[in-house]
Design a protein around this ligand. Structure first.
Ligand code: SF4
Ligand code: SF4
Length: 281
């Protein structure tokens, strides 16, 4: 069973509500984080909006992975470039936002990112309730997660362009969120399995799909190193190292690049000196 591109393609008109939602969430989060006003209740509300409206109601179409998939498939079939100009524009805009405000899109607007973040927070809550040390069972060192992610990206490029096999269309978990809109469940059977695996893994690993597989995340992680706005320590820092211990991606060190910072805010919440702010250098 080979999935046809048209089954998951989108046009700019049907994509419009998702764009509005992305812009709304990113602007609200940026404002609240910049003003240090992103309370936990707002955070959960924004994750829920992203998951329910962006994921289940709008079917996660488009998402950050779909344009990449369609660009590769068009290259593979030597299709007309005009067909993928909107995809290129979407990816470029998302990446441009990363250069400005880091991974705000990944942090809150991406439904799959929000879902994984939500689950990781459930895990922390249960650890606190049981008075256990808050930690992830498997904290993947970045040097390994990067190898897996870029190897997976290379595999997608090779299988799509050189073998003409749209691997991503089989396993993209975003398509599993398209549960209520897909023409038939068999069309999205493998993506649903991929989504279920992502959900299960999220209880043990922080954002497994983002850290290990997402091709957009791979690209964004390069650009977010250079983002103008990111979480930074102020002079009030007393080097207590609490933020370093709680960060699920080892990005809270003073000299961390923040390439894997999903703006989860754990470092901010735990800092007793209120010494972490989102701002320019
Ligand atoms: S890395 Fe990919 S899946 Fe994760 S939040 Fe970003 S776009 Fe979404
Ligand atoms: S704990 Fe802080 S540095 Fe680490 S990912 Fe979350 S926001 Fe980024």
């Amino acid at each position: 069973m080979i999935f046809q591109a048209k089954k998951t393609s989108f046009d700019l008109v049907t994509a419009f509500p998702m764009f509005v939602l992305w812009i709304f969430i990113v602007l609200v989060c940026t404002y609240l984080i910049y003003k240090s006003k992103l309370a936990k209740k707002y955070k959960y509300l924004l994750y829920t909006i992203s998951i329910i409206i962006g994921g289940l109601v709008l079917g996660a179409i488009p998402n950050a992975v779909l344009p990449i998939q369609q660009i590769l498939m068009t290259i593979s079939n030597a299709g007309p470039i005009a067909q993928i100009i909107p995809m290129i524009v979407i990816v470029t805009l998302l990446l441009a936002s990363t250069l400005l405000i880091g991974r705000m899109f990944c942090g809150f607007a991406c439904p799959l990112g929000a879902l994984q973040e939500f689950i990781s927070n459930l895990r922390i809550k249960s650890s606190i309730k049981k008075q256990k040390e808050v930690k992830y069972y498997f904290k993947i060192p970045q040097k390994y997660s990067k190898i897996v992610r870029w190897a997976f990206f290379a595999l997608i490029i090779v299988t799509t362009i050189f073998v003409n096999f749209a691997l991503l269309q089989y396993i993209n978990p975003f398509l599993g969120l398209n549960l209520f809109k897909a023409a038939s469940l068999t069309v999205i059977l493998f993506p649903i399995i991929s989504l279920i695996l992502t959900i299960i893994l999220s209880f043990f690993i922080y954002r497994p799909w983002c850290q290990l597989f997402c091709p957009f995340g791979a690209t964004a992680s390069i650009l977010s190193r250079f983002s103008r706005y990111k979480y930074r320590r102020t002079d009030d820092c007393t080097q207590c190292e609490l933020c370093e211990q709680i960060c699920p991606t080892d990005e809270a060190y003073e000299d961390s690049s923040k390439s894997e910072c999903y703006l989860c805010g754990r470092c901010v919440d735990i800092c007793p000196q209120d010494a972490i702010k989102f701002g320019k250098k």
